[in-house]
Ligand binder design. Structure first.
Ligand SMILES: Cc1cc2nc3c(=O)[nH]c(=O)nc-3n(C[C@H](O)[C@H](O)[C@H](O)COP(=O)(O)O)c2cc1C
Length: 160
């Protein structure tokens, strides 16, 4: 049986809820991605140009520390579902830190996100350009109205 894992980064619970729904449909194991230094409400304030997320996100070289994920878990997985919020149109740099561990080379990775309104496309385009050694499947933005049928339709896209 194929092994699947869902790695997700979530601070206010939206991406976590979506990840749980994907797990319910796929049976994949859920693994939260944790920042070494958790993000506080003040850190997440996008109206403050000097908040942590404002400074990090606008510095393309920023790579916030993360709690190292289980390398074996990722090595054994045939498919990795990778979820995050969208911050200023892109994935948070925590995701870059994760991808630059090198654990994902030649893996099949399916990106998903939540956001206020921004579509996923630009973040997918940047990830596929920045990490060409990863086999990126179709990505998808989910809302809190996520249904099992929506997840199944997304999974089928990868089998075409
Ligand atoms: C720092 C920051 C930047 C954000 N930038 C965007 C954005 O560019 N577009 C958008 O639609 N939503 C944006 N959002 C909203 C989040 O993408 C949205 O609330 C997401 O569902 C949060 O996921 P989480 O609850 O899993 O942390 C931003 C939120 C934060 C905290």
């Amino acid at each position: 049986m194929s092994k699947q894992v869902i790695l997700y980064f979530s601070n206010t619970g939206h991406t976590k809820a979506v990840a749980e729904k994907i797990a319910a449909v796929t049976g994949a194991q859920l693994v939260p991605i944790q920042a070494e230094q958790p993000y506080t409400a003040a850190d997440l304030d996008y109206n403050n140009p000097t908040s942590r997320t404002s400074l990090e996100t606008h510095d393309d070289t920023s790579r916030p520390g993360i709690v190292a994920p289980d390398k074996r878990l990722i090595a054994q997985a045939d498919t990795v579902y990778l979820g995050s919020p969208i911050w200023w149109g892109q994935v948070p740099h925590v995701i870059n830190t994760l991808l630059e561990t090198g654990y994902f080379r030649c893996k099949d990775v399916r990106q998903f996100c939540t956001s206020g309104e921004t579509p996923i496309d630009k973040s997918t385009a940047k990830l596929t350009t920045d990490y060409p050694a990863i086999n990126w499947g179709p990505s998808h933005r989910f809302t809190s109205a996520i249904t099992g049928q929506e997840v199944e339709a997304w999974l089928k896209q990868g089998n075409q």
